[in-house]
Design a protein around this ligand. Sequence first.
Ligand code: ADP
Ligand code: ZN
Length: 254
Amino acid sequence: MPLNLIMLGPPGAGKGTQAERFARGRGIPKVSTGDILRDAVHGRTEIGNRVMAIMDRGELVSDDVMIPVVRERLERPDARTGFVLDGFPRTVAQAEALDSFMDGRGALIVVDIVVPEAEILRRLGSRMICRDCGANAGSAAEPTAAVADHVTRATGSGVAAEAVAAVSALAESERCRRCGGRLVQRADDSDAVVLERLKVYHRQTEPLVQYYRHRPTFRSVNGAQSPDQVAEALARAIDGAHLNATGSDGSGRP
Ligand code: ADP
Ligand code: ZN
């Protein structure tokens, strides 16, 4: 019985890391649409040239581009025993397309990695490095409740400029723990783009939880724990769902 897995969750939930780890452990391919698109951009393929500007803005690439890319990837022989999808589906139309590709391929297991908004903002706000020594400021202090609340409201209401200012204020109040230097945003990860991704997630991807939640193979995992703890919870949830899908719970009943 193939193990077909998708992971849902906001940017910053740790999906990429967990998907990689799980796929490696089980010997099935990890299919990351973000990686596929980044390779296309670097290779200057036709698709790469079309999607570059969209990705730079943190917006979603259109469904007509994404769906055939994923369909072709899942048709490759290495995906016959299963796959872990990371970054797809991100819209209801993509989820519907995926259901249609899954015809005759076994169940789809859906894991939602749940992380509270305040924790997401803390993680995204701490994707900072030291300008002077390059240290990763990964574990920056908690934002004050007021800042987090402001960012949440600004993001939710789509006032991007305000949200960007709030995250910058949050970041600039921190200094490097190793040398005291100023922290700067990682180049690939500017505030505006991060916030745009969060907005896009709430608007277009979060509805997928509703789309999948009533299926017997849907599971939620608490993503606000250490990576090892998340990996363990994830493995347990996935194995439970897989058993459920194969119709055997060990009791001998169908
Ligand atoms: P993150 O860096 O948050 O993990 P990804 O690497 O998954 O994000 O994706 C990077 C960018 O690639 C997205 O912001 C989006 O522009 C594009 N992208 C990736 N997957 C999809 C998808 N399924 N549908 C539309 N756009 C996508
Ligand atoms: Zn430093």
